[in-house]
Design a protein around this ligand. Structure first.
Ligand code: ATP
Ligand code: MG
Length: 337
């Protein structure tokens, strides 16, 4: 039996990277596999979130899921904090994971920057909670962007060590599965429009670094027009393209949005300058994103409907999570388990 799990943090405006790297994959997978998609509000508070805005941000992520094709009758959509089993399993995993493993996580280094001592402890153990998110449902597949690859490897290490340390007698040594990341296509790593060496992020202070799902046609065109590039026309080959980070990124975005490969995009635009390519990209982005933004706004106009979807999803998720947690408590040897 296979099961998919993934999530997005309600930590700001959703962008093209989230859409191409994660959201569109969720919608595709729900038809093939049992799919659990959550709003990662417990992850979001690893950095400061305004308490007065967090619940609404959570609804916005849920709206974006549905607007990009996720069907609440097919997939289980829920807020992470509404299923307490995630936090309980995360504590146990905190005692399974080793400090040395977490010390290697590059996301913590990037997000804490020069202020490591002032970062929350939660930001440091974030990948442990992520392992719990996945393994509490014994998920086998995790559709994510390229930036989450290292965290997925940690999840696999935690699963293996738990199985080794607590594997029940009688062949339960594979209590937890080894979840596989699903990271494919030119949309798996969308870079910032201002800096070809940094990924597009919700938490980037510059709004010009990203295209938000709710941006209107003018904003999308402006941001693509201002996107950093070099002055050369687009090259003939992927090799030449890969040496030009910003150009590579824009071609990758075009490919992901149009469902082509980067080679196919180059076949059409090689020799043409950004004066031609950028307007074509803007037009394509507007064509693909405008309906998503519109649908999101419609859904957000009726919060009661979204809240009902989240409440029902949380109930379904708890039903799936509770048996795993009671088995884990037994394996660990807790009283009464
Ligand atoms: P934050 O800056 O707050 O971490 P984020 O933009 O990284 O926000 P997350 O909520 O951390 O977004 O990630 C949600 C999903 O989107 C994950 O699967 C992640 O891998 C994917 N993702 C995030 N950024 C990109 C990107 N630039 N390209 C492709 N996928 C991405
Ligand atoms: Mg992130």
């Amino acid at each position: 039996p296979s099961r998919v799990l993934s999530g997005v943090q309600p930590s700001g405006a959703l962008h093209l990277g989230n859409y191409l790297g994660a959201l569109v994959k969720f919608a595709r997978l729900q038809h093939e596999i049992d799919t659990f998609i959550f709003v990662a509000d417990m992850h979001a508070i690893t950095v400061w979130q305004d308490p007065a805005a967090l619940a609404q941000q959570t609804r916005e992520i849920a709206a974006a899921y549905i607007a990009s094709g996720l069907d609440p009758d097919k997939a289980t959509i829920f807020p992470q904090s509404a299923v307490r089993e995630h936090a309980e399993l995360a504590w146990i995993f905190n005692c399974v994971a080793r400090l040395g493993w977490l010390d290697r996580m590059t996301q913590f280094k990037e997000k804490s920057g020069k202020h490591k001592e002032r970062s929350s402890v939660g930001l440091y153990t974030y990948p442990v909670l992520q392992a719990a998110d996945i393994l509490i449902y014994k998920a086998t597949h995790v559709p994510v962007g390229e930036d989450q690859k290292q965290h997925l490897e940690l999840t696999r290490d935690i699963a293996a060590k738990f199985n080794h340390d607590f594997g029940a007698p009688g062949g339960a040594s594979a209590f937890f599965p080894q979840p596989e990341p699903l990271i494919q296509g030119p949309g798996a790593r969308v870079m910032s429009l201002r800096d070809g060496s940094a990924k597009m992020s919700k938490s980037d202070p510059s709004d010009y670094s990203r295209i938000n799902l709710t941006d209107d046609a003018d904003a999308i065109a402006q941001k693509i027009k201002k996107a950093r590039t070099d002055p050369e026309p687009l090259p003939e080959t992927l090799d030449e393209l890969s040496a030009r980070a910003e150009a590579d990124n824009l071609v990758g975005i075009f490919a992901a949005l149009s469902g082509q490969t980067k080679a196919e995009v180059l076949a059409e635009y090689a020799g043409k300058g950004f004066g031609t390519f950028k307007p074509a990209l803007a037009e394509l982005a507007v064509e693909k994103l405008a309906p998503v933004g519109e649908k999101m706004r419609g859904l957000l106009g009726d919060p009661a409907v979204l809240d009902a979807i989240l409440a029902k999803g949380a109930e379904k998720a708890r039903e799936a999570a509770a048996p795993t947690l009671s088995e884990v408590k037994k394996l660990v040897g807790f009283w009464g388990a």
